[in-house]
Design a protein around this ligand. Structure first.
Ligand code: AGP
Length: 610
């Protein structure tokens, strides 16, 4: 995710900002920049690359010692990593500079309108429209211009804004993306998170949605969307810098689980048009003929990404009506796979560097297949081996056990399936419109599950001595059971096996006794009754039953020791909502067992060897 920092005080702004940006590096980025106001002139320097490689530009040879400025580290979403796409972004005359974190969903429409009224753009980004919107509204009052500008923005933003004629203030504002103000003595700060400014101040104010601030050396004036003053309380941050990187969570994995609502917003951001019932995947680069020629799809991936591919099978077969196979990349690459020009191979990878997946892609292309990559890491090796791309925009995933990247993969696969289903006339615009609406409320439904974390931890506490677990799911949620079992295995070191619930009677039922906890995903679906029958088989053998069930399901409580409820969603979204309690369950079992959740033994974040 992008990082923002703003400084106004008595020190050289670029030095304070550069230092702050280095503390935001853990968020991941591909370019960076700094802009300052100096004698009614803006000085801006930005480039692609890591801060250590552009230190000369931003620090050693920076041509101003001005004490007011803004800085940014960019994790590319719209527009490839490059110097001209790096932030801060200026208006037509570089009188205004903006650093932005978030996604402007309606930026194409805004860009067209601004260009039609004479604005000239220098980048491919969504963020640059903000600078031009402020320019179009500016009549001498920078705060009013920013307030007016953000009114036409749909999506998420945290912004810091400077103007060449206002050397005494930084204006900031936020909606969805986090933003804080740091209070110093004769100096004040704006930042994406406290990590950037802890070495200067521990007194911060968290802005709420649709709030902003006018930040000067003398103090800060907070305001709401109408520009009226609001009172804000500051808080004292007592985290150490490492804890601050985790946003106050005890592990990166837990922080990333809680980031998932925002991740879904980022993954869908700028890619859906509800009124048209259309999906836009700008890097897909598959032509109509490519899509019509496709007679079969093969998913190749490893680990969690493979399980995302298994969900993708159910999504694509259900919404696009094309046969889909899922293959472990390590198997696919050695099996002289039967693929050809009529096969679309979809390679899924968070890192884009997994050796088996890269090899599978090369094998597929050698045999004439079109390859689509579903990837998180920008400019990773996989992105250079494929014909088309769908970036998942999960932001950097630090925890070795994948959580938010998995949810982002599922979201991207859902967008892809809706898009292909519409193109192949399997889906109506009305159906796609309805699913876009449902997708947009999914983040707050996940927040309801996250609110149940304490109850989930209490359930986890009853399972710490289990020797082995059985996870059961059907249909869309058979892969959910697979992913839930992997999460438990890889961080708690308790053996866990996942089975299609209907398959249990063909052998695994012999394992069932009161020692064996069974985690069943049995939310509302057209296979609900069948799954209940399977659970009755477990109950009849004194198995310990835990269940993920739909809110208000009273039948399930008579069968189970514990139930974790999730909001009712359409079947196609159930893998997204149902995996969240399983992630939290695995996290708490591991944490309560005192294990290293973020760096489990024997595991690497990216398996770049065979
Ligand atoms: C997931 O929790 C694991 N860390 C692992 O299975 C991972 O999903 C797998 O190695 C694939 O990684 P990739 O998505 O970066 O290709």
């Amino acid at each position: 995710m992008c990082g923002i920092i703003g400084y106004i005080g008595s020190k050289p702004a670029n030095e304070v900002i550069f230092d702050g940006l280095t503390r935001l590096e853990y968020r991941g980025y591909d370019s960076a920049g700094i802009a300052v106001v100096d004698k009614h002139k803006i000085h801006v320097r930005k480039d692609i690359g890591k801060l250590r490689n552009i230190r000369k530009l931003l620090l050693d040879e920076f041509e101003s010692t001005s004490s007011i400025g803004i800085g940014h580290t960019r994790w590319a979403t719209h527009g490839r990593p490059s110097a001209f796409n790096a932030h801060p972004h200026g208006d037509c005359h570089d009188s205004i500079m903006v650093a932005h974190n978030g996604i402007i969903e309606n930026f194409m429409k805004l860009r067209r309108e601004l260009a039609a009224s004479g604005h000239t753009f220098k980048s491919e980004t969504d963020s640059e429209v903000l600078a031009h919107l402020i320019e179009a509204s500016y009549q001498g009052d920078l705060k009013q211009a920013v307030l007016q500008a953000v009114k036409s923005v749909e999506g998420a933003y945290a912004i810091a804004v400077i103007h060449k004629d206002h050397p005494d203030k930084i204006i900031c504002a936020r909606k969805e993306s986090p933003l804080i103000v740091g209070l110093g003595k004769g100096e004040n700060f704006v930042a994406s998170d406290v990590t950037a400014i802890l070495q200067y101040t521990r007194q911060v104010v968290y802005l709420d949605n649709f709030e902003g601030a006018e930040v000067s050396r003398e103090g800060i004036k907070f305001f709401n969307a109408d520009g009226n003053d609001v009172e804000k309380k500051s808080v004292q941050i007592d985290w150490n810098p490492v804890a601050a990187e985790k946003g106050g969570f005890s592990h990166f994995m837990l922080k990333e689980i809680f980031e998932q609502p925002q991740v879904i917003r980022n993954t869908i951001g700028g890619r859906t048009s509800e009124e048209e019932g259309k999906i836009y995947l700008e890097e897909l680069k598959l032509t109509g003929p490519d899509i019509y020629r496709t007679q079969r799809i093969v998913m190749v991936a490893c680990g969690t990404a493979y399980y995302a591919g298994c969900v993708g099978k159910y999504l694509l077969e259900s919404l696009v009506r094309i046969p889909v196979e899922c293959d472990l990349a390590s198997e696919f690459r050695y099996r002289s796979p039967l693929v050809d020009a009529n096969t679309l191979v979809i390679a899924i990878s968070q890192s884009g560097e997994t050796a088996d997946t890269l090899a599978a892609v090369k094998e597929a292309r050698k045999r004439g297949a079109k390859v689509l990559g579903i990837v998180n890491a920008k400019e990773s090796s996989l992105t250079r081996e494929v014909d088309g791309l769908v970036y998942i925009h999960a932001g950097p995933e630090i925890g070795v056990a994948s959580t938010k990247a998995y949810i982002a993969m599922l979201t991207a696969l859902t967008l892809l399936a809706l898009m292909l289903g519409k193109i192949r006339s399997v889906l109506t615009p009305e159906y796609v419109q309805e699913k876009i609406r449902e997708l947009k409320i999914l983040p707050q439904q996940i927040e309801r599950v996250l609110d149940r974390k304490d109850a989930i931890r209490d359930i986890a506490a009853t399972c710490l001595d289990a020797r082995s677990f059985l996870y059961l799911g059907r249909g869309f949620n058979y892969p959910t059971a697979l992913e839930g079992a992997l999460k438990l295995k890889e961080i708690s070191y308790i053996h866990a096996e996942a089975y299609a619930a209907g398959e249990m009677k063909h052998g695994p039922i012999a394992l069932i006794d009161h020692e064996m906890p069974v985690m069943a995903i049995v939310t509302e679906s057209d296979v609900y009754d069948k799954t209940i029958s399977n659970l009755k088989e477990v109950q009849a053998r004194s198995g310990r039953l835990l269940a993920i069930a739909t809110e208000g399901d009273h039948e399930i409580t008579s069968l189970t020791e514990h139930v974790i409820e999730v909001p009712r969603v359409s079947d196609i979204f159930s893998p997204i909502i149902n995996v969240v309690p399983l992630q939290l369950f695995a996290y708490y079992v591991a944490d309560l067992r005192g294990l290293d959740v973020d760096q489990p033994r024997n595991l690497a974040k990216s398996v770049t060897v065979e």
